[in-house]
Design a protein around this ligand. Structure first.
Ligand code: ADP
Ligand code: MG
Length: 251
C-alpha cells in the first residue's frame, strides 16, 4: 500500500533522510520508533506529500505521490494531482487542531462535503458511524472545547477516516495528552488496526502499543532505518547498539 524507495530528504545542507526503503502492506500496522530528530515526522510528511523529496520515490497504492531523480531533475506532479493523492492519506498529529467553531459532527463531515463533494446527508451519516466507532456516539453536537484531549484526538481520528484514506499516518498521537487519556486513544487505534483492517504507519513512543498492535517495528536513528522486524524481535532482542541504547532509555 505504501512503498518508499531510496528516499533522501534535505533541509538546506542538512540531510535528514538517508536512502530510506520501507514498504507497508495493505492492512498492516507499522510502528516507527526512534529518538527525537531522527526523521520520523519528516518521513510521514513525505508519504503525505507535504514535503518534496530530494531523491527516490514514494508510492501509495501503486500511484507515485512523489519522486525526484538522482540527477536532480525535479519531476513535479501537477498540483491538482498532488491534492487528489494527498486526500488518499489520512494523518493524525500530536496536536489535533480541530476547527473550534464547528461541532464534532461538522469537524468530521466538513472535508468530505467540501473537498470530495460528498452528498451532505450521506457524509453526516458516515461521520456519525465513525464517531460511534471511536466511542463518541452522543457527542456529535459538542464543540471541541467541551471535550477532553483524548476525546478531541478521537474526533481527529474520525475526521481523518472520513476521507476514506488508503493509509492512516499517526505522528505521536498521544504525546500531547495527559497520561490518563492516552489509553482511550490507543484503544481506538488498536481497534482500527486489529478489527478495522486499516493500513497504518504510526510514530509512537508507546512501546506497549508497538509490541501489542504493531505487525512490524521500524527503528530509525539519524535519518536512517537502523533495524526492523517483528515487535518481539526489535523490542525484545535488538541487534544494534543504537536500538539498545534508545530502548533502555524509553522502556
Ligand atoms: P522526529 O520526528 O524523528 O523527531 P523530524 O523529522 O521532526 O524528526 O526532524 C528530523 C530532522 O530534520 C531534525 O534535525 C530537524 O531539526 C530537521 N527538520 C525538521 N523539519 C524541518 C524544517 N521544516 N526545516 C529544517 N529542518 C527541519
Ligand atoms: Mg516528530
Amino acid at each position: 500500500m505504501v512503498h518508499i524507495q531510496h528516499v533522501d530528504k534535505w533541509y538546506g545542507n542538512n540531510q535528514v533522510l538517508h536512502d530510506i526503503d520501507l514498504a507497508v502492506e495493505e492492512g498492516e500496522t507499522v510502528c516507527l520508533v526512534g529518538p527525537s530528530g531522527s526523521g520520523k515526522s519528516t518521513l510521514l510528511r513525505c508519504v503525505n506529500h507535504l514535503e518534496e523529496i530530494g531523491a527516490g520515490s514514494v508510492w501509495v497504492d501503486g500511484e507515485l505521490v512523489g519522486y525526484r531523480l538522482r540527477n536532480g531533475r525535479l519531476h513535479e506532479l501537477r498540483e491538482a494531482d498532488a491534492c487528489r493523492k494527498r486526500v488518499e492519506v489520512g494523518m493524525v498529529f500530536q496536536h489535533f487542531n480541530l476547527f473550534p467553531h464547528m461541532t464534532v459532527l461538522e469537524n468530521v463531515s466538513f472535508a468530505p462535503i467540501t473537498v470530495k463533494n460528498e452528498n451532505k446527508a450521506e457524509a453526516r451519516e458516515y461521520a456519525r458511524s465513525l464517531l460511534e466507532r471511536v466511542g463518541l456516539a452522543g457527542r456529535e453536537g459538542a464543540y471541541p472545547s467541551q471535550l477532553s484531549g483524548g476525546q478531541q484526538q478521537r474526533v481527529a481520528i474520525a475526521r481523518a477516516l472520513a476521507m476514506r484514506p488508503k493509509v492512516m499516518l499517526f505522528d505521536e498521537p498521544t504525546s500531547a495528552l495527559d497520561p490518563e487519556l492516552v489509553g482511550e486513544v490507543l484503544a481506538v487505534m488498536k481497534d482500527l488496526a486489529l478489527t478495522g483492517g486499516v493500513t497504518m504507519l504510526v510514530v509512537t513512543h508507546e512501546m506497549g502499543f508497538a509490541r501489542e498492535v504493531g505487525d512490524r517495528v521500524v527503528f530509525m536513528d539519524a535519518g536512517r532505518i537502523v533495524e526492523q522486524g517483528p515487535p518481539a524481535q526489535v523490542l525484545g532482542d535488538p541487534q544494534h547498539e543504537r536500538t539498545k541504547a534508545f530502548l533502555s532509555a524509553v522502556l
